[in-house]
Design a protein. Structure first.
Lengths: 189, 688
């Protein structure tokens, strides 16, 4: 008798577990696969000089390519949840890649920007944009609260901010702190 | 003809109030305000802030204690139709650094701010009206030189900033400003309103490049280029709102009844004959607008009043006249479009009031009427493509629609206005648009221009909802829309306020209203609005000293109506010149919206404001100390003073923060693992 219903429970639990695994896989796949589509759009944009949407219904377009820790990441315009699911995003209202001022790029701690945890002071970051290359060196990392948009303020110099959620091993899709890496413009090495 | 009634008016004497010391509020603020430039607090501490515990409690809270607190004391003296108001703001700097404070505060619309005093210890420094740029330069210079200074500027006609430079460690500065306003009189009732805080406004448009200056929460945008200036930080929702002590003296000159403050607990006392005093309990929080209503006793209700003030060879006046009302007015058939704001700032309490008001409006329709419903947040949508007749089915469908609405998203009001004012489908009926909103938008000018250009035959009635609606916008929008503005502060008020509005809508208005003066007279508003049930004609005028005649008239229910009055001053009043100037400026701003040459109007506004010494878009009040007080080597930090969160506002729905840098990927995996772990016992049960 017990064996009968325990079978159902077992089946139910397994189904739930696979649903959760599938959800996680979907998030991961979206983040990985989108980069290939964006790469094509990026190439087209470089040729035409016009913004190109990576897929037909996208409300964003690639604005930069980021090289960090030997990896290459395409950056989309905007930093809403819809955008960040596919790629790191350029934060609206901050300077555009290639320009002077504070350029802010946000990404998810558990997909694209997981690598920020390993970044050390002095590490080099290259930002490719329509206007050419900018080289940065990481100078510091900070933890700020989620509401603290003050870090985005222009400071007079040219700097790159890489923003992700903190702590890195957090579980939830929400966090109350942000990890901000600050990089300063340097000569190409 | 109605007799002119004179108010017994005493010279305006201000008595100083010595109320018990005010509670200073030093609540925890939004992070952006706390950490203007010093280094960040350790993590453990930040998590305390989120839980809403008060920053003050622990000595470890150095960083947060730095924000200058502000406490407010208000004294209003009402003489007949005019109120003279003194607002005292006390800035305290509890830190051990020199700081500069910025405080954004609302005032009622159409107030003439004319006096500023900066009180440092025993010394009183009088402010001066200066052209805006000059004032700013003087203030900046004093700030650099380490002198105490205060600068009061108008950001919107109902929104002002007060900047205070060089407040020393542990020091308290007192700033007093004074203004004049008309007390609205409607349906036999006077109503005085004092705004206590701000509802954060929706800033439409694209962000302007790198304009993340300073102290507001919003970035400047193409449609609201000064967004960062009109968006002060709000206090942490759990922090206590700043205390406001308020005293109103009414020199009525006639017996009053029904003095009521619908939203605050007050003490009311009759001091002498027809002299009343109202005090706001000091513990009352500054998180909703203060309203005080009173009525003259029925047998002494004024039907006309004239106040005047002679200055040199000029006479300034304020004229009020109740038009006659017929015994049994005809009910008119109408097409009514109800528009409901369902944006994020309307969430929780406001949306309930709005829904109640809307349902009442719909139930009140007569079977002859046609109606439609529009709701808007980030987008606008109408319930039906065409207005429907009033029957059991359409009313039920509309009420269902209202029931299902929820408040979330932006406030793209232009789209809703476009939909509501679209009168291409002629019904031949009188077209009335009832617009229910908190008016929390930053692009007021553009919207009012839109209303003026596209009004057509419609009439726009605005209904202000919530604890702190943007009443300047809604009053002017109703003016542009040739309708009226109704304010509803809480659920209990919906019934009364809406009934008054619905009566206005149902009965014909006095239209084509005119005021004809004999002789050379400049009067405002230059085009008089339609008058609805219970509304008086109000004209502010200036003429050569001496007397004359005025003929007032209009069309009521298809019939012409007119009355002549002698312009013999019956009651002396002060400050009417400033009110007149304020009305003239309001008129110039309206004309500027229609005209192609804004520069011309800007210069005119500055001239009028300079001549009559009031604060305007182009003139500011600046008070400067002569001697420096801050030692040259000690820098002063800039601080924004947070406003209280309006009661019932859901801050999460209004603000974002830094982008969210996480997905629920790991959460899913963890849950999967847990589920698998739970499988184990069942697995063993099966196979043991």
């Amino acid at each position: 008798m017990t064996r009968g219903w325990s079978g159902f429970v077992l089946l139910g639990l397994l189904a739930l577990a696979s649903w959760q695994v599938a959800s996680a896989g979907y998030i991961w796949a979206k983040a990985r696969l989108a980069q290939y589509l964006i790469a094509d759009a990026w190439q087209q944009m470089l040729q035409t000089g016009e913004p190109v949407r990576p897929w037909r219904w996208a409300d964003t377009w690639p604005v930069a390519r980021l090289e960090i820790k030997g990896q290459s990441l395409y950056v989309l315009q905007g930093a809403s949840g819809r955008v960040l699911a596919f790629a790191p995003g350029h934060v609206d209202g901050t300077s555009e890649p290639g320009h002077r001022g504070t350029i802010a790029i946000a990404g998810h701690r558990d997909t694209h920007f997981a690598l920020l945890e390993q970044v050390q002071a002095g590490d080099r970051v290259t930002l490719h944009s329509r206007l050419g290359l900018q080289h940065f060196a990481i100078s510091e990392g900070r933890v700020v609260s989620a509401g603290d948009s003050q870090v985005l303020a222009p400071t007079g110099d040219t700097r790159l901010l890489l923003i992700t959620c903190y702590p890195f091993d957090g579980l939830a899709g929400q966090a109350s702190e942000r990890y901000v890496l600050i990089a300063h413009l340097v000569e190409p090495s | 003809m109605a007799p002119l009634l004179s108010y017994a008016v005493r010279p305006a004497v201000f008595r100083w109030l010595h109320l018990a010391p005010l509670l200073l509020c030093l609540g925890a603020l939004f992070a952006q305000a706390q950490q203007a430039e010093e280094e960040l607090l350790p993590l453990d501490d930040l998590s305390h802030v989120r839980q809403g515990s008060l920053a003050l409690a622990s000595p470890a809270w150095q960083g947060l204690k730095l924000s200058p607190a502000v406490a407010t004391r208000v004294h209003m003296q009402v003489t007949g139709l005019v109120a003279r108001v003194r607002v005292e703001q006390r800035f305290t700097n509890p830190s051990d650094q020199w700081v500069n404070g910025t405080y954004l505060f609302p005032l009622p619309e159409q107030t003439a701010v004319d006096s500023l005093r900066l009180v440092v210890g025993e010394r009183v420094i009088e402010g001066q009206i200066q052209p805006r740029d000059t004032a700013r330069a003087l203030y900046q210079q004093a700030k650099r030189e380490g002198k105490k200074a205060s600068l009061v500027s108008q950001q919107r006609p109902n929104l002002f900033t007060n900047q205070v430079a060089n407040i020393g460690p542990g020091e308290t500065l007192r700033i007093e400003l004074e203004y004049q306003q008309i007390v609205p009189y409607q349906g036999g009732q006077f109503s005085l309103r004092f705004p206590m805080t701000l509802t954060p406004r929706y800033m439409p448009g694209q962000p302007l490049k790198v304009q993340f200056n300073s102290l507001g929460w919003a970035q400047d945008r193409d449609q609201v280029p000064d967004a960062s200036l009109i968006s002060p930080p709000l206090k942490h929702p759990d922090a206590p709102p700043g205390a406001v002590a308020l005293k109103v003296e009414i020199l009525a000159g006639m017996p009053l009844e029904g003095i009521v403050s619908p939203y605050h607990r007050v003490q009311i006392a009759e001091q002498a004959d027809h002299h009343y005093q109202v005090r706001l309990q000091e513990t009352e929080a500054a998180n909703r607008d203060f309203v005080l209503n009173w009525r003259p006793r029925a047998d002494s209700r004024p039907t006309a009043a004239l106040f005047s003030q002679v200055q040199g060879n000029e006479q300034y006046g304020l004229l009020m006249l109740m038009p006659p009302s017929s015994e049994q007015p005809q009910v008119q058939a109408r097409e009514v479009v109800f528009v409901l704001d369902t944006s994020g700032s309307m969430a929780s309490a406001s949306i309930l009031q709005a829904k109640a008001a809307l349902a009442m409006g719909i139930r009140d329709l007569s079977p002859l009427d046609y109606f439609n419903l529009i709701e808007f947040s980030s987008q606008a949508r109408a319930l039906w493509r065409e207005p429907q007749g009033v029957n059991a089915d359409s009313v039920a469908e509309a009420l269902d629609f209202i029931d299902g609405l929820d408040a979330e998203g932006g406030t793209e009001m232009a789209a809703a206005l476009a939909l509501a004012l679209d009168d291409r489908r002629q019904t031949g009926l009188l077209r009335q648009v009832v617009f229910i909103t908190d008016g929390a938008v930053g692009n007021e000018e553009a919207l009012m221009t839109y209303i003026r250009r596209h009004l057509g035959q419609s009439r726009l009635f605005t209904v202000g909802i919530g604890a702190a609606p943007n009443s300047y916008f809604m009053t002017e929008a109703a003016e542009a829309g040739r309708g009226t503005f109704t304010f509803i502060g809480d659920l209990g008020q919906v019934q009364g306020s809406m009934q008054q509005l619905l009566d206005k809508l149902r009965y014909p208005a006095l239209t084509e209203v005119f005021a004809q003066f004999g002789g050379k007279v400049e009067s405002y508003p230059s085009v008089l609005p339609d008058l609805y049930l219970g509304e008086p004609v109000m004209v502010s005028f200036r003429q050569q000293a001496g007397s004359g005649q005025v003929k007032l008239g209009g069309v009521y229910d298809g019939l012409p109506w007119a009355v002549s009055l002698p312009l013999e001053p019956q009651a002396e009043a002060s400050g009417l010149d400033k009110l007149w100037a304020r009305h003239k400026i309001a008129q110039l701003s309206r004309e500027r919206r229609q005209g192609d040459n804004p520069e011309y109007y800007n210069r005119q506004i500055e001239r009028v404001a300079m001549r009559h010494q009031i604060v305007s878009e182009f003139t500011s009040l600046v008070a400067l100390d002569v001697t420096p007080s801050r030692p040259a080597r000690e820098p002063a930090a800039d601080r924004a003073v947070p406003n209280a969160v309006p009661q019932g506002l859901d801050t999460q729905r209004v603000f974002g923060g830094l982008p969210v840098g996480a997905t629920s990927l790991r959460q899913h995996l963890l849950i999967a693992l847990l589920l698998l772990a739970m499988c184990l016992p069942f697995w063993m049960l099966r196979y043991d």
